[in-house]
Design a protein around this ligand. Sequence first.
Ligand SMILES: Nc1ncnc2c1ncn2[C@@H]1O[C@H](COP(=O)(O)OP(=O)(O)OP(=O)(O)O)[C@@H](O)[C@H]1O
Ligand SMILES: [Mg+2]
Length: 373
Amino acid sequence: MKMPLTIGRAASLRMVPAKWVEPGSAPDLTSRRAHPRPGGQHAREGSPLVFPDGYLPGHSAAILNLYAEMGALVGADVPVLLLGETGVGKEQLALVLHASSPRRHGPFVAVNCAAIPADLLESEMFGIAKGVATGVTERPGRFQLAQGGTLFLDEIGDMPLSLQAKLLRALQGGEIQPVGGPPVRVDARVVTATNSDLDGKMEQGLFRRDLYYRVAGFVLRVPPLRERREDIPGLVQLLLGVFARETGKTIPGLTTEALHALAAYGWPGNVRELEHEIRRLAYLSPDGQAADVHLLSERVLVSREWPAVPPSSLALEGNVEQLERRLIRAALGRARGKRAMAARLLGISRNGLTMKMQRLGLESAPAPATLVS
Ligand SMILES: Nc1ncnc2c1ncn2[C@@H]1O[C@H](COP(=O)(O)OP(=O)(O)OP(=O)(O)O)[C@@H](O)[C@H]1O
Ligand SMILES: [Mg+2]
């Protein structure tokens, strides 16, 4: 049987003797003109952290707290558990830990425990010994490939119980057992991450408590994007540059209204969702123009007009206007800004829509770009 070495993008093997950005030498990707931030260098100045190329260090209080905790850990070889919602940047931060550690010249090997089928995970992690069966070739597992470096186990909460026992043995004794072979010594620092509720899993007997205490030598909570909104404009600009290059367009920035909508949204999918939204803007925006609010996805536009908490006043006046604004924005978004089509979706005439937009203050011309790339 031939086993695939990599399964899907998420599970793909990444060994990174990469190009690191040393503290202080990182290009400042946020626009100083548009967003003066006197405290903006704190994440780097005086910090022992090394940020990988393409990673934009944040400057919000929540992320600076996290960097401070990470900075205190750089010399220690303790196993670190990163907890955080999907898309917050756990894997990126595992890379920062690796790049800042004495193991930085060794490999960084990532395994997504949720993306590899349970029956393949054991050989993926621990390798296959010689002569296990005819036709099966010997190959190293990711533990061996991470020798001298860092092994990042993503979605550790989804690891099957049988493998948890084997991982525990590897962490306790520094030895792993390849499939069909004798134990071998390994020296890899293990960093784990999950967005699942490990306490709940431990209570249900789905995650071993003894393994938890092995991997959670130091627990770092990665704050969701909505708790660090100050980092949004910088990320928007970074991503706009990336996707402008991808599309071959010149996108001078976002309109103020679009940026406000992004800053106000809840981002349940965190930085990954922001990436998708900016990619969308880059593809839909006309070349040479600031990306406008109408191009945002319906999710962002609708939540902007209709906050999750019930309004404090139940008076119809005001609330109905809010609802009208929400529906008009959603229709304009779905119609890609085309008034006639939006009016059809709303069941009113084009003139009726224009009049309503004027009354609701939605008629204003797009403001000049706040972000200039
Ligand atoms: N500070 C940052 N600068 C640039 N890109 C970032 C930053 N933080 C996160 N990203 C990007 O956001 C996306 C999600 O990050 P990452 O994969 O590290 O998140 P995660 O927490 O591991 O997600 P999941 O829970 O889904 O595994 C990636 O494409 C990553 O490059
Ligand atoms: Mg991840």
